[in-house]
Design a protein around this ligand. Structure first.
Ligand SMILES: C[S@@+](CC[C@H](N)C(=O)[O-])C[C@H]1O[C@@H](n2cnc3c(N)ncnc32)[C@H](O)[C@@H]1O
Length: 288
């Protein structure tokens, strides 16, 4: 029996409130597929029982449910062009602009299992050996504890390393471990993992030179996208750059950025007048 409409509405509202991810009313099958194993893990017979439990004691399992409904698709060197722009344009400029402080701060705001921050780290290591003497922080954040654990571990299956990682970089930066590959500690040490829900309040963070918020805004509604982008602009250096996913843009959004084009890549520079306080997060919608 498919999930009752009322349960689908309840779960869609919960997911939107906890993670900003908007599921359509046709997502009943997806809720059922993703939440059946969650219910089983919690010793509950089915998703209906999980909904009843959530209504009784919402705090207990809400984050588990929201995390279970995220999409974690990622790969090494995904869409390649942003990493080419880092290599050819942005990092060379920052090497000059930050020569005084020798500090570089990069934020990867939806790290998933970590391929994106490790791709950034490899791009830097391969092309800018002088950065070994700089303070380089690549902050990798995500909503999901499981994804942060995977990023911290830095262990990837053969299938995962086959997706986008050149053989030369695989043998240089990873060590075989049974049927998997573990990232070398010197690369892992550049990545700082922290839990951060983009739709909640953000902890204090350094002023970022480069920000990746790729392939996550697509799951949010317009007000949530704008809230995230307005807050991101305020924690970026004035000459910093933001990358979005290949299918994402700022068209039609009230977001304080100007567009910059580098060959085939578009990125965005914060365009704030007088710096204003970071606005509070927006909490989306109800589907009941
Ligand atoms: C499709 S993956 C994108 C991974 C990577 N940025 C890329 O482009 O390959 C989306 C990630 O966003 C995370 N996510 C979803 N909602 C989030 C939220 N509200 N706050 C932080 N991360 C979130 C998910 O856990 C997932 O790991």
């Amino acid at each position: 029996m498919p999930l009752a409409e009322a349960d689908v509405g309840y779960l869609r509202t919960l997911v939107a409130r906890r993670s900003g991810n908007i599921l359509s009313s046709n997502h009943g099958y997806l809720l059922e597929a993703r939440l059946t194993p969650v219910a089983e893990r919690l010793g509950l017979p089915n998703v209906e029982a999980l909904v009843a439990e959530l209504k009784r004691s919402p705090i207990k399992y809400e984050d588990t449910v929201a995390e279970a409904m995220t999409i974690n698709e990622t790969s090494f060197f995904r869409d390649i062009q942003p990493f080419e722009t880092l290599r050819k344009d942005l990092i060379p400029k920052l090497l000059t602009a930050r020569a005084g402080t020798r500090q570089l701060h990069i934020w990867c705001a939806a790290t998933s299992s970590g391929q994106e921050p490790y791709t950034i780290a490899m791009t830097l290591r391969e092309n800018f050996p002088q950065l070994v003497n700089w303070s380089v922080r690549i902050v990798a954040t995500d909503l999901s504890d499981e994804m942060l654990h995977r990023t911290r571990e830095g262990v990837y299956s053969q299938f995962e390393v086959n997706r986008g990682l050149p053989a030369k970089l695989l043998v240089k930066y990873f060590q075989r471990e049974g049927t998997s590959w573990r990232v070398h500690p010197e690369l892992r040490n550049w990545i700082e993992c922290r839990k951060l829900n983009l739709v909640s309040a953000w902890p204090s963070m350094p002023r970022f030179d480069i920000v990746f918020i790729r392939n996550v805004l697509i799951y949010f509604d317009q007000a949530t996208k704008e809230s995230v982008l307005q807050r991101a602009a305020r924690i970026m250096a004035p000459d910093g750059n933001l990358f979005l996913g290949g299918g994402e843009s700022l068209v039609g959004l009230n977001a304080p950025f100007t567009r910059e084009t580098y060959e085939k890549t578009v990125c965005y520079r914060p365009a704030l007048g007088t710096p204003a306080p970071v606005p509070a997060p927006v909490r989306p919608v109800s589907f009941n």
